[in-house]
Design a protein around this ligand. Structure first.
Ligand SMILES: [Zn+2]
Length: 326
């Protein structure tokens, strides 16, 4: 994916809050006092919908990140890519899985592409899609780049969400988990015509057969494992869906990890945004100072934390429940 711009208004707000923090320190208030004075810190989080909060096994999800990364770089057309496909499928045994396989022609040659979709049926008419790409960048194929945060963290998150959905009756919309392929650009820097192949193929197919009208929301997960987690408010995303995500985060007490920054990012949600599907990109696009670890061999597991996977996993599942009740 690529960032188009950071909203200037957010930078202004950050500057204001820094000034306030300095003023507070000068006034002698410790941050501990400031925290205990906050009603949010002293009252337990309330669920946004009836029933217990969602469950998510963060250690199991983190183990999946390590296992995906252990295959090494997984660019399209590689043996490692095939191994990761098989690994994902091996974790979905007994689930209803659709494979959407096709071939792309690029300036680098022809490549097989395969989207994997695990379907968990619900009682209501409509589908919520939760998506993550699992490939790593083709131009970085001969480096040690493994995309621990970029591709592996979100793919692992979906595997743990599958564990939570499996074997339970869904009172709500069907949930489809989509591991999409060939998100990364064939060239660096980002090259629009040769990227997002998997989702573009699916959006076209589902528009042609009418399925796209059944999609109630498209929730994209990308770069969600950073130990220093700050999910962007993303301006290509659907406003009411972003508001719902923030409400879900607030209900779980995780709002401090959401939407302090506003960015415009072109990512796997775009083919669905362009077709009028409500869509949101859950992404932390500040991975290391100034995003320095992004698309480098420094994108490794030691930068990530199980807690970040848990925060995003639980907020995603809470959002799904809110969509059920909408
Ligand atoms: Zn990437």
């Amino acid at each position: 994916m690529r960032r188009v711009r950071i909203a200037v208004v957010t930078l202004g707000l950050v500057l204001v809050s820094c000034t306030q923090a300095r003023n507070t320190a000068a006034g002698g208030n410790s941050s501990a006092e400031a925290q205990s004075a906050s009603p949010a810190a002293s009252s337990p989080a309330q669920p946004a919908v009836p029933g217990p909060p969602p469950k998510f096994d963060s250690n199991r999800a983190f183990q999946y990140v390590k296992e995906i990364v252990a295959f090494g770089p997984r660019p399209i057309g590689s043996q490692n890519h095939k191994k990761v496909e098989d690994y994902i499928l091996s974790r979905l045994k007994g689930d209803e899985v659709e494979e959407d396989a096709f071939t792309i022609e690029t300036t680098e040659g022809k490549f097989p592409v395969r989207n994997l979709i695990a379907k968990f049926p619900g009682t209501e008419d409509g589908i919520i899609i939760i998506a993550s790409h699992y490939d790593t960048n083709y131009p970085l194929r001969d480096t040690s780049y493994v995309g621990a945060n970029d591709g592996a963290s979100s793919s692992a998150l979906l595997l743990e969400i599958a564990n939570q959905l499996r074997g339970k009756k869904r009172e709500g919309y069907s949930v489809w988990l989509l591991w999409d392929d060939a998100e990364e650009s064939m060239r660096l820097p980002w090259f629009d015509p040769e990227s997002l192949y998997g989702v573009r193929h699916l959006a076209q197919k589902w528009q042609a057969d009418g399925m796209i009208r059944n999609i109630k929301a498209f929730l994209l997960e990308d770069m969600i494992g950073d130990a220093d987690l700050h999910i962007e408010r993303e301006t290509n995303s659907t406003g009411w869906l972003e508001d719902m995500i923030y409400q879900a985060a607030t209900a779980l007490g995780y709002q401090s990890h959401f939407f302090a920054r506003t960015s415009q990012i072109e990512d796997d949600h775009m083919p669905f945004v362009e077709r009028g599907v409500p869509a949101a990109d859950l992404i932390d696009f500040d991975y290391g100072y100034n995003n320095v670890f992004w698309h480098t061999p420094q994108d490794t597991v030691d930068k990530l934390s199980p807690k970040s996977l848990e925060i995003v996993g639980m907020v995603t599942l809470e959002t799904v429940q809110m969509l059920d009740h909408r």
